[in-house]
Design a protein around this ligand. Sequence first.
Ligand code: NAD
Length: 396
Amino acid sequence: LDVPDHPIIPVLHGDGIGKDVGPAAQTVLTAAAEATGHDIAWMDVYAGEDSREMYDENLPEETVEAIREHRVAIKGPLTTPVGSGFRSLNVALRKKLDLYANVRPTYYLDGVPSPVKNPEEMDMVNFRENTEDVYAGIEWEAGTDDVEQVREFVEDDMGFDETIHQGDVGIGVKPITEYGTKRLVRRAIEYAIENDRDSVTLVHKGNIMKFTEGAFRDWGYEVAEEDFPEQTIDEDTLWEEYDGEAPEDKVVVKDRIADNMLQQLLTRTTNYDVLAMPNLNGDYLSDSAGAQIGGLGIAPGANFGDGRVLAEPVHGSAPKHAGKDKANPTAMILSGKLMLEYIGWDDAADLVHEAVENQISEHRVTYDLERQVEGGVKLSTSEFADEVVERIEDLA
Ligand code: NAD
């Protein structure tokens, strides 16, 4: 991405533990940038609790505008109160900025406790569509006049069976568009080509939901054929023409049913590489993959639009641990690493990676990992970050 030599990067610490892990990550990212001759100017922006206090609103336009203008930003978690009718600020932010791809790399860091036998085999990048599917929020509440109208329409036109579906009903709509699917899959394939990955797997439930998830699969193959005819090969052709051995310069495009994919994630991890998924499958699958490489304290992510990125960890605001200087900042730091890669500062990103991995492999970690490893030394959020900074300075 073409960014200025001295970029201004909006940073939104967010709610709960965001205020612990946000500043910790900033310290580490600043150190890595400086050590490699780059210069970041941070710009604080606000949403959630802070902005309710300061501006009496949840998501000020200034925040959205700053991210839009500077194109590269990082955020911590924002709390969404359950059942309050309060719309998720994260979803609102992603929509306003049209951040259509949620990208979660899942790779193993040496020393991280994992529930699976060979966690080091895990090295995947999950592309989850971020704007469509059942998360579009098109639903009607049971007991309202509106839902009754929708129900009548469904009954008349689609054979909704009153003898089975008795009583109240809530109804939702699952939009999956050709445009939304193709731009997501295109991005996943581009990533696979640029990063020398072997395959892109389209994960869907097209066997049951033919016109939505089935369409996702079909449009996914279409975009591979139309936009990357020389660089990709589909799985059928791979077996018919190459006996299953992919030529080095081709990315194999294949598809798997989502439930099967969830178990293959555990049993045949090495067969998969980049995954492209509609919103709901992507949500489940990337959390499950994240658990295999150490869980929420570790798992990084970023939301991409065209020409912009908003990095953010997978975890939420964990209110129980907020303000105690104890949460694990690794996920936030590694989300920052993704941001550095996107702006082309690979030297700084590599330094962050190496320093964090060295730190964790010596089991000098925060509470969440310390209780799972033998001989671990428990550090606070800020101590962990300070030690990582020292390692960066030593490595540089
Ligand atoms: P959560 O991720 O906040 O916390 C679940 C548990 O995971 C915590 O209790 C804690 O034990 C552990 N955990 C999470 N992050 C950790 C870290 N960095 N270090 C150590 N332990 C960590 O999930 P939740 O409790 O379901 O959600 C709390 C709030 O966060 C909700 O309001 C939810 O809507 C919001 N949320 C926001 C985002 C986001 O901003 N992108 C994502 C998920 C949840």
